[in-house]
Design a protein around this ligand. Structure first.
Ligand code: XIL
Length: 401
């Protein structure tokens, strides 16, 4: 190859490197988004510890997954290991299992990543002992709760139904849990999902009829934020929920946050999970959602992004863990890969338009193989960690042309 041709080729590589992925200089998500927001992924235990511990992922695959996380992302969230059930399965100061959570935090520190903590107070993945005590349970769960549980007997698969803790006991447990967990990772975990999914999906009530609400009352949210702020005054404290693309749930959330703000509760960021599908939201709907959320004057974090490409995902637009199985049934939609790419392009166009508010975008999983909605092939990388057309679509949106 003559010299002149080589330098023309080199120039061509430099000129195109900004816009395209090439063998020589592949564009990564974190480079493409670097002037806009942090870009991250939820990582599971095998990635955090580096040890394949189940049949789903071989050691070789786990190592590829880890390399991909380091290559593409500058932020991580823990998919499960900081949830109450995993980190404090038993009551008391001896009831903690810190091992996997420590591995998660160390993974972030050693790779210089922005570390999120998820989650302190939630109605799911919380062990029964937290709510247990000597007060008799009510006969039936409240009507008009908006969570599909109206009139059902307490317990029986709808959460803990036995004798309950008092308000004071539950507040004490919440305090001790938050002080211990947030305190342990003080200065390392930069953002906490303090309260997760407290807003009701349906009906007129603002708050979901959870055991937290039933036992403590509506100020369980303010208390959780207060305890977290005491434990780490520098941490960004987030309220996190799903379904905020829909106007009615979003309006409930806005009412809730405004009331917390009026009381001086230290809520510092809005987490919008953004578990969506290939048909909705449209660009206009997402744009509208972000415009309205931004009126709260807080940073917006897209906390659990994935785009369900299955038939089942079009019917069920929520992200209630209890109903997850149904959301990926029925096989993929026609032309799923292309529709996925189009939807990711549209979402990132909206995030980028709102880059003054959107500060973090986290994908809920590293690749389709480890996703909680694997059947809907909802992520940017396939189960072999190869980029899909949706990856190219995101890079294209985030890279100035
Ligand atoms: C999911 C995890 O991805 C699954 O592995 C687990 O079995 C259930 O929880 N909203 C949240 C996340 O806030 O914590 C949930 O994560 C998905 C919905």
């Amino acid at each position: 190859m003559n010299k002149r041709f080589t330098s023309v080729l080199a120039l061509a590589v430099v000129l195109t490197a900004g816009a395209h992925r090439s063998e020589a200089d592949p564009m990564t998500l974190k480079d493409a988004c670097k002037d806009d927001f942090l870009i991250g992924a939820a990582i599971n235990r095998t990635i955090a510890t580096g040890a394949a511990d189940n049949a789903n992922r071989s050691q070789e695959q786990v190592e590829k997954d880890i390399a991909l996380v380091k290559e593409q992302f500058n932020q991580i969230s823990p998919e499960n290991d900081l949830k109450w059930q995993l980190i404090q399965p038993r009551e008391g100061a001896d009831g903690y299992d810190f091992g996997p959570a420590d591995a998660y935090v160390n993974f972030g520190l050693s790779n210089h990543m922005y570390i999120v903590g998820h989650t302190l107070v939630w109605h799911n993945q919380t062990p029964n002992w937290v709510f247990a005590g000597t007060n008799p349970p009510p006969e039936a769960i409240n009507a008009n709760a908006g969570d599909g549980l109206a009139g059902r007997p307490a317990g029986r698969g709808f959460g803990y139904g036995g004798p309950r803790a008092s308000r004071e006991e539950l507040l004490q447990r919440m305090h001790d849990h938050i002080a211990t967990v947030v305190g342990r990772y003080k200065g390392k975990v930069k953002v906490w999902d303090v309260v997760n999914e407290a807003v009701a999906d349906n009906g007129t009530n603002i708050l979901r009829n959870s055991l937290w609400l039933q036992i403590i009352g509506p100020d369980f949210i303010a208390k959780a934020f207060q305890y977290a702020h005491e434990a780490d005054p520098d941490a960004i404290l987030r309220y996190n929920d799903y379904g905020l693309e829909g106007a009615s749930k979003r309006h409930k959330l806005i009412t809730l946050i405004r009331s917390l703000q009026a009381q001086g509760v230290p809520v510092m960021a809005i987490g919008s999970q953004t578990h969506v599908n290939v048909s909705s939201p449209s660009f206009e709907t997402e744009d509208q959602a972000l415009t309205e959320l931004a009126t709260l004057g807080l940073p917006i974090h897209i906390t659990e992004l994935d785009v369900n490409g299955s038939q089942g995902g079009r019917r069920s637009t929520g992200a209630d863990v209890a109903n997850n199985a149904a959301t990926t049934q029925g096989g993929l939609v026609d032309n799923a890969n292309q529709r996925l790419a189009n939807q990711y392009a549209s979402l990132f166009r909206a995030f980028l338009k709102h880059r003054d508010s959107v500060k973090v975008v986290t994908l809920w999983g590293v690749n389709d193989g480890v996703s909680w909605r694997a059947g809907g092939r909802p992520l940017l990388f396939d189960a072999n960690d190869q980029p899909k057309p949706a990856f190219d679509a995101v890079i294209k949106e985030a890279t100035p042309q």
